[in-house]
Write a protein that binds this ligand. Structure first.
Ligand code: PLP
Length: 374
C-alpha cells in the first residue's frame, strides 16, 4: 500500500477539507447525525424548505466530479441521455421534454408568457406562492384565488370551475399541493384539465410527484404531451436533493415547450446534467429517501395524535399541522432550540408546514415541541 498521493488528489482533498470547514462555519450541517453539529438559532435544523435531508447521492457526486473533464465545452454532454431516460420512464418521446435550471425557470417563464399575452391567473389558496405566483405579482397579473376545501384541505376543482372567467389565461394546479400536501384524484383532475384547456393554459406542477403514496393519484404528463394548452413540471430538487444544483423539467407538446424555451434565459450546467443522470438511475437511494421520509412523517403524525393536533396525511416531503398557535410565534419559539419550521401561509395562520428531516432530527423536533408547548 502506498501513502503517496498525487498532486490532483491532494488538491481535491485540500479543497474538500477547506470546503468542509467552510460548511461547518457557514452552518450547513443541520443534522444531529453530523459529528460536532449542535442545533442553534443561527444554524438550525431545517424543517422549513421541503429539501432532501440526505442531500445529493454518492453516485451523483461521483458523476458530477467526473463531469469536469467535459464541463469546459458549450453544450457539454449527457443531455440527450438524461432526457431519453426521463422519456423512457414516462413512456413519451424526448421531444416532449424540456430541461431547465430547476423547474422555477419554467414557473417564471409561464408567468412571463401570461403577462405578455394578458389575462388572469386562477389558482387555489393556499398554494405554492413563490416563483410562478410571485413573478406574476411582479408583473401585476390579476389573480383569482379559490380556497381549498375546509374539511380535508384539498384543492376544490368545482369551486375553481365556478370561479372561471373568460379573462383567465392560465390555471395553476400544484399536485400534490404545497403547503397542504393533498392530492387530486387522477380522473377528476384529468377531466378538469381537458375541459379547461379548451379555454386557457393549464399548468400542473408535480414537484412532489415522487413522494405520492395515494393510489388515486395520476400524473398529467400523458395529457400534456397530447394537448396543446397543458403543461406539467417536475424537479430534481426534492427526492434527488438537487435544490442547489438546479435541474427541472417541463412536459408538453413541442409547440408548448417551444413557446417556453424561446423565452428562457438560463441553461443547465453540464455538471448538473451528469449528476442528475446518475441520480435518476440510482433507484436504491430514491427508495431509501422515501423510506426515511415516511418514517419522519410518522414521527410527526404520532406527535400530533398524542397532543390532539389536526394534521394532513402527506403525499409529499412535508406535512401541515394545526398547532393552534400563530405560525410566526410557533416558529420563533422553536427557533430557540435550533429548529426552523415553515413560514406562515395565509389564511391558515395557526397551521404550520413542517418539512421532513432525518428521523433522528424529527425526534428532536418532537422533544423541543413538548418542552416548549406542553
Ligand atoms: C410546488 C413547487 N414547485 C416548484 C418548486 C421549485 O422547484 P425548483 O427547485 O425545481 O425550482 C417548489 C420548491 O419548493 C415547489 O414547492
Amino acid at each position: 500500500m502506498t501513502t503517496k498521493i498525487s498532486r490532483r488528489e491532494w488538491l481535491i482533498g485540500g479543497t474538500a477539507l477547506a470546503g468542509g470547514l467552510l460548511l461547518a462555519n457557514s452552518g450547513t450541517a443541520q443534522s444531529l447525525t453530523v459529528d460536532g453539529y449542535t442545533p442553534t438559532p443561527q444554524n438550525p435544523i431545517r424543517f422549513s424548505s421541503n429539501e432532501n435531508p440526505y442531500g445529493i447521492s454518492k453516485a451523483a457526486r461521483i458523476a458530477m466530479n467526473n463531469s469536469y473533464d467535459v464541463a469546459h465545452l458549450y453544450g457539454g454532454s449527457g443531455r440527450r441521455e438524461l432526457i431519453q431516460l426521463l422519456a423512457n420512464n414516462e413512456g413519451i418521446s424526448p421531444e416532449n421534454i424540456l430541461m431547465t435550471s430547476g423547474s422555477s425557470e419554467i414557473l417564471h417563464t409561464l408567468a412571463l408568457i401570461t403577462g405578455i399575452e394578458g389575462g388572469s391567473i386562477l389558482a387555489p389558496d393556499p398554494t405554492f406562492d413563490n416563483n410562478f405566483m410571485k413573478y406574476a405579482e411582479l408583473m401585476e397579473i390579476n389573480k383569482i384565488r379559490v380556497p381549498v376545501k375546509s374539511g380535508d384541505m384539498s384543492i376544490d376543482l368545482d369551486a375553481m370551475r365556478a370561479a372561471m372567467t373568460d379573462d383567465v389565461r392560465i390555471i395553476y394546479i400544484v399536485n400534490p399541493n404545497n403547503p397542504t400536501p393533498t392530492i387530486l384524484h387522477g380522473k377528476e383532475l384529468r377531466e378538469f384539465c381537458l375541459e379547461m384547456s379548451k379555454r386557457c393554459y393549464v399548468f400542473v406542477d408535480e414537484a412532489y410527484y415522487e413522494y405520492v403514496t395515494d393510489p388515486n393519484y395520476e400524473t398529467m404528463i400523458p395529457l400534456a404531451v397530447e394537448n396543446e394548452n397543458i403543461i406539467v413540471t417536475r424537479t430534481a430538487s426534492k427526492i434527488h436533493g438537487f435544490a442547489g444544483v438546479r435541474v427541472g423539467f417541463g412536459f408538453g407538446t413541442t409547440a408548448m415547450l417551444k413557446k417556453v424555451k424561446d423565452k428562457l434565459t438560463g441553461s443547465v450546467s453540464t455538471v448538473s446534467v451528469h449528476g442528475a443522470l446518475a441520480s435518476y438511475k440510482d433507484i436504491e437511494t430514491q427508495q431509501f429517501v422515501l423510506r426515511k421520509n415516511a418514517e419522519s412523517l410518522d414521527i410527526i403524525y404520532k406527535m400530533c395524535e398524542k397532543h390532539g393536533m389536526r394534521y394532513i396525511k402527506s403525499n409529499s416531503n412535508f406535512t401541515y399541522i394545526e398547532t393552534g398557535i400563530e405560525a410566526r410565534e410557533f416558529g420563533t419559539r422553536l427557533r430557540k432550540y435550533g429548529v426552523q419550521v415553515g413560514r406562515p401561509f395565509e389564511p391558515f395562520t395557526k397551521w404550520c408546514r413542517i418539512s421532513t428531516s432525518k428521523p433522528e432530527d424529527t425526534r428532536y423536533l418532537v422533544e423541543c415541541y413538548e418542552k416548549e408547548f406542553t
